[in-house]
Write a protein that binds this ligand. Sequence first.
Ligand code: HEM
Length: 346
Amino acid sequence: MTITTGRVGATDRDPSDRDATARVDHLANLPWPFPDELEEFRYSVNVEPARIPRATRGGEWGRHIVDLGGREYPMIMAERRRILDADPHRVKVRPGMELACWDLLLYYLRDLALSNPGTMHLTEYGDARFHWRNDLLGTDQYFVLGVDDSVPNGPLDFLAREVPDDLLLVIERDGHLYFDAGAVTFAAAWSVSFDVGMDMYEIHAPVPGLTRQGIVARAEHFLRRLPADQVYRRVNWTLSASDSPKLDVSLEELPEWADDIPQMLRDRDFDRVHLRIELEHFIRLPMSGAVTFNIRTFMASLAEIRRIPEWAGQLATVIETLSEPIAAYKGFLEYRDDVVAHLRGQ
Ligand code: HEM
């Protein structure tokens, strides 16, 4: 189906889709990462205030900090819980970060309850005791703030099982920011175990040009000055290739996805390519002063994107004009011409 103007609604979905994930309208809440006028993409410190809804050609995004994802929410959370059960090393908390993890849990549960009053409830008893209920997942948990064993596996793991976002915490030491705690199951070709404990320069060393162009220094400067009463966000994007949208393309899972691109090239089946968008939220937490870098990953196939010709055309131009080092870092240098042709319907 081709839609030239207006929004893509639930009724536009193909009724013959059998797979549950295919029945989700991935365009409806997709944080389209490019402004209308953008034709050439460059890295920048592209931050903006959060909690502001953004209308797009596909629908809307960004009203709340956490985008539950509608009917996709239980599917994403089942995947998150499966990964955390199989590999507890996806949660890393360095010494001294315990308070920050509780800070994060409380901030998010309060925010979720306010944003979803019909389904999520936080009762505060006033003496560090709380009761959390999430009717969508069936969670019912009493806990005592600061007492790690009052939630199963500690506060960071607990929150990671309630929200679709990967959770990352940075803390300042000697004028620099360090990534000192995280619960990450959907990393795009990196590993929480490998990166935890690094500073901003070490983390971003693999990204071509980022340090040399001063972007890491500006990003660190921005985050060190982040006020406690304002939440910011940023979008980032890449492509991935697999026969179903694969959220977990972490280095831990490399053997599971390493052959996806070679296989796609052998089959010349570019419908397997997905645009992968990360919506990241920066929040200074009130009790610990730690800053979040929480990542919600959205995916849409090229076939879905082609339903909105303006998006398909813009993505084709962005990919075509991307510098070689960045296309190589993002992992699609060898097949970008095919993607561009596919997006242009050639
Ligand atoms: C305003 C702040 C930030 C900016 C502008 C920024 C920018 C970037 C950019 C441009 C990339 C390359 C992504 C791509 O092309 O797909 C990247 C990757 C990454 N960033 Fe950041 N970043 C920021 C903050 C952070 C923070 C606070 C953390 C961690 C706590 C972080 C962790 C990462 C990681 C793990 C990667 C992947 C690196 C790899 O490939 O090994 N970033 N970032």
